[in-house]
Design a protein around this ligand. Structure first.
Ligand code: T46
Length: 132
């Protein structure tokens, strides 16, 4: 499995840092939705699903967390610890987010609007779907 982690270019000056993300330039798709999670409870595991067609970039803009990626054949754990790093999560990829620091804010840039029908929430159904 190829893990695609983007390192965005911060525009730093004497005032601090600024990261700008533009669709089809820094982000490899048109951004239709942005959401973020925070105040994540200690020990919790989020995600535990795949998407049929949604593509996303995950950026831990504050604090840290870990992402498990599973393509049905191989699993990889990717730490997100910097506000200028973005993890690409393709469709047909099982994901779990865990080990959130108390101060973690995980922002997600998504290629489409929210659609429950795009989710595969059962792991065995995911394995069958990836083999199709
Ligand atoms: C994903 C990972 C990385 C909405 O109403 N609109 C939205 O855009 C989203 C993302 C969620 N919701 C509602 C649906 C649930 O009632 O917010 C609640 C929590 O969503 P969910 O349990 O799906 O959250 P996570 O953290 O398990 O998964 C989310 C995304 O849903 C998912 O697409 O890839 O983050």
């Amino acid at each position: 499995m190829q893990v695609i982690k983007y390192v965005f270019q911060p525009h730093g000056d004497e005032r601090g840092q600024l990261v700008a993300l533009e669709e089809d330039k820094d982000i490899p798709f048109a951004i239709k939705r942005v959401y973020y999670m925070y105040d994540t409870v200690e020990g919790v595991v989020r995600g535990k699903h795949a998407h049929k067609s949604l593509e996303q970039i995950l950026v831990c803009i504050h604090g840290s967390c870990k992402i498990l990626l599973d393509d049905g054949k191989e699993k990889k754990i990717v730490p997100l610890e910097k506000p200028y790093e973005g993890l690409y999560v393709a469709n047909n990829m099982w994901r779990e987010m865990f080990d959130f620091s108390d101060d973690a804010v995980l922002m997600v840039l998504a290629s489409d609007f929210y659609n429950e029908e795009d989710y595969i929430r059962d792991y065995n159904a995911f394995l069958s779907y990836t083999k199709v």
